[in-house]
Design a protein around this ligand. Structure first.
Ligand SMILES: Nc1ncnc2c1ncn2[C@@H]1O[C@H](COP(=O)(O)OP(=O)(O)O)[C@@H](O)[C@H]1O
Ligand SMILES: [Mg+2]
Length: 222
């Protein structure tokens, strides 16, 4: 599903160049659940955004579902992303002027047209335990509830690959357990591939393979 070879991404700050992602290679199969751990600043978010085609590397190759991301035009890339990939960010990134239900439906405007997006959005919101909050606005929810809306939204376009950056960061233990269950069931029932950056040892344990990043480099923890 993901094949990354010799990936390099550097930034220059005050004329000083450093490597946020330093010669990373990795291969992740379809239907795999994989976690990435590492200290803050080790390059985890940068690597996810390279794999999701949101950032261009200095060099190296990125193949997702047999497509070479670096050979695509920006238009092709965004169509590809909308059809196949879903992001769950560290911060919930909901649109404040839309209701919970509208937020979850929103990606269908750009992605695959589901026959009944509204019904599926309701179903996903019920799965994350927010069936009573569909008509409220994000500001009326707690941080953890907002996070759950963002997680429901991530599945509305039936993605093949979910790239998640600290998805359970501000959730209590019980909700985190529900989210892990949701990820596992999406993996088992729909074959969704997961690449998840997390500090949660509980979450990392429940995902299959584990990688660790340090100063832009990656190694598998076996
Ligand atoms: N757009 C950017 N411009 C300059 N430096 C960046 C940029 N994005 C990330 N960095 C730097 O790259 C390094 C890796 O960042 P990041 O991938 O966000 O790490 P992590 O997600 O592991 O905390 C950090 O030193 C960060 O400051
Ligand atoms: Mg990060």
């Amino acid at each position: 599903m993901i094949k990354v070879n010799d990936l390099i991404k550097s930034y220059s700050i005050d004329g000083q160049k450093f490597w946020a992602v330093d010669n990373v290679s990795l291969a992740i199969g379809k239907g795999d659940m994989t976690s990435i751990v590492g200290h803050s600043g080790s390059g985890k978010t940068t690597l996810l955004s390279l794999i999701g085609g949101l950032t261009k590397p200095d060099s190296g190759s990125i193949v997702v579902d047999k497509e070479n991301l670096l050979a695509m035009s920006d238009n092709e890339l965004s169509t590809f992303r909308n059809r196949k990939i879903s992001f769950i960010y560290q911060f919930s990134s909901l649109i404040p002027t839309l209701t919970v239900l509208e937020n979850v439906i929103l990606p269908t405007v750009f992605g695959k047209q589901q026959p009944d997006g509204v019904a599926y959005a309701r179903e996903l919101l019920a799965i994350v335990g927010l069936e009573n909050k569909m008509k409220v606005y994000p500001s009326q929810l707690s941080g953890g509830q907002q996070r759950r809306v963002a997680i429901a939204r991530a599945f509305i376009n039936a993605p093949e690959l979910v790239l998640a950056d600290e998805p359970t960061g501000d959730l209590d233990e019980e909700t985190e357990e529900e989210m892990i269950g949701l990820f596992s069931s999406m993996n088992k029932n729909k074959g969704v591939t997961f690449l998840v950056v997390t500090h949660s040892t509980e979450l990392a344990k429940r995902l299959g393979r584990q990688f660790k990043m340090h100063n832009g480099r990656i190694e598998e923890i076996i």
